[in-house]
Design a protein around this ligand. Structure first.
Ligand SMILES: *Cc1c(COP(=O)(O)O)cnc(C)c1O
Length: 493
């Protein structure tokens, strides 16, 4: 299987290893496979009896044909090991009626980014060998919180790779700060920056484009790489859990082989829901794909009108991983809908004017698969409270947005097929807002909220967040933005 850029009319020529190493295509587009492999009913049936790592290796091998099945299986077994994903990699848990939660947050940082970030570094490590790379990859990450921690956990102690994370000193929660400051691993570094997230992010961008730094690194035997969410190596592993969810629906007798189910995904960068779309294109019997947004409902508008317009107010919400005005992976959907030339034109328009409108035919094709709903802050809190009190299911803020969207969809359409709702974070990851919603009380503090939520709901704090206060702090350095280069060089020495 070869890959090409979403913006190029040339034939696919990049291998999976090259694509994973490179991240973004050289013309600024995203890598896509030359064709979508198929998944037959018999294959689905044969996966039902298998463990999650085997399901994952089988699906990945369809896209990563330059990796052997044995390599993929070995990596998947380590990535989704039971001591890392406690309670299963992607269990399907009933919520109410036709709704079930596909819980993607049992991994080492209690959020869904782990599903991809536990496996992608292993794929990158192999990609370095496969492409004859002799230098060490230095991953630089600017984070406003969750991605940084998930990347640290994913890349720690992986061969041929080092990772440095920069975060704004006053821009992350106390829990997030503690999670990163206590990070283990011999190849990791965490540094906080005086300033906000934009300072950290633009600082990293400048360094990525700095020819002098590149030369210095090269001399030391390193090259820069990113853990970016648009990397194919992060997308492919996300296809697996939708197939896995269907296997579980079959095993539980909720669906018979060939019967369809709907999927609802709390969406930010459009990566998770795009993976569900790919699973559908492969042959997984998915009916509707419901794209759930918070108050930043740019995708709801796009899916209803065909106009994507980022010239609008930006809101900070209690579901911060969905506070996004540019959903990068939407470019991949455009490519599969209208081809590379129109995609390149839309992306050009987005860059120049902040907006584009797809033609009527394209909108109709997109609407055959997708529909969009959103939940504002009030609806999100109300959904957390009601879902817990009436159905006993404790949802985090992002999952609650999706539950609300799925409920709106069912009320409007009357479509009562089984609904798999992607649950993207443990309620404890956003314990303060979840506690506020279920208990109708102010938590004493960010950290105390974990214990208060546990006592109120009689549930356990998941292991990645338990005992944070007592772990050894390894990284305390705070620097100015213009000290980032020096910090990198001293980490490498
Ligand atoms: C990243 C994230 C999302 C959004 O996923 P995309 O793939 O960016 O659409 C939703 N919820 C949580 C908790 C996340 O961390």
């Amino acid at each position: 299987m070869l890959f090409k850029s979403t913006r190029s009319t040339e034939k696919a020529s990049a291998s999976a290893a090259e694509v994973i190493k490179q991240g973004l295509a050289s013309d600024g587009g995203l890598f896509v496979p030359e064709s979508i492999p198929t998944l037959s009913k018999e294959e689905i049936l044969s996966l039902c009896k298998e463990s999650y790592p085997v399901r994952a290796a089988r699906i990945l091998s369809k896209f990563l044909s330059d990796y052997t099945y044995e390599e993929l299986l070995a990596d998947c077994e380590k990535a989704y090991a039971e001591d890392s994903f406690v309670g299963g990699a992607a269990p399907l848990v009933p919520i109410h009626g036709p709704f079930s939660a596909l819980e993607l947050w049992h991994g080492p940082t209690a959020a869904f980014k782990d599903m991809a970030l536990q496996i992608m570094p292993r794929l990158l490590s192999r990609a370095l060998v496969k492409t004859g790379e002799t230098r060490i990859a230095l991953i630089l990450v600017a984070t406003s919180g969750d991605t940084g921690k998930a990347a640290l956990e994913g890349y720690k102690d992986i061969d041929g790779i080092k990772i440095m994370v920069f975060y704004p000193v006053d821009g992350v929660s106390r829990v997030q700060k503690l999670q990163m400051a206590t990070q283990t691993g011999s190849n990791v570094n965490v540094t906080s920056i005086r300033g906000n997230f934009d300072d950290a992010q633009s600082g990293v961008k400048v360094i990525f484009g700095d020819a002098e730094m590149e030369a210095i690194l090269n001399e030391k035997g390193y090259f820069f790489s990113s853990a970016n969410s648009i990397n194919w190596g992060r997308l492919a592993p996300q296809i697996v859990y939708y197939v896995s969810a269907y296997c579980d629906l079959l095993e539980k007798g909720v669906c018979k082989l060939g019967e369809t189910f709907n999927v609802c995904v709390p969406t930010g960068n459009f990566g998770n829901i795009f993976a569900a779309y790919l699973a559908k294109q492969m042959g997984l019997p998915i009916g509707r794909l419901i794209c759930a947004s918070n108050a930043n409902n740019i995708l709801t508008d796009f899916l209803r009108t065909g106009t994507y317009d980022r010239n609008r107010d930006f809101y900070l919400t209690m579901s911060p991983s969905m506070d996004i005005l540019i959903s990068s992976n939407l470019e991949r959907l455009l490519y599969f809908t209208v081809g590379s030339e129109k995609t390149a034109a839309y992306m050009d328009s987005l860059k120049k004017t902040g907006a584009y409108t797809v033609d009527a035919e394209a909108l109709a094709a997109i609407q055959e698969n997708f529909c969009g709903y959103f939940a504002d802050e009030k609806a999100t809190a109300e959904t957390i409270r009601r879902t817990y009190r009436e159905h006993g299911y404790l949802a985090d803020t992002h999952t609650a947005v999706a539950i609300s969207a799925a409920e709106q969809y069912v009320a409007e359409s009357g479509d009562n097929r089984p609904m798999v709702i992607a649950s993207t974070a443990s309620p404890y990851k956003f314990a303060n807002n979840v506690y506020r919603a279920v208990a109708d009380k102010e938590p004493s503090s960010d950290l105390e909220a974990l214990h208060e939520l546990s006592a109120y709901t009689n549930t356990e704090i998941p292991y990645p967040l338990a005992g944070l206060e007592t772990r050894t702090v390894r990284f305390e350095e705070v620097i100015d933005r213009d000290g980032m280069k020096d910090a990198i060089l001293s980490f490498l020495n």
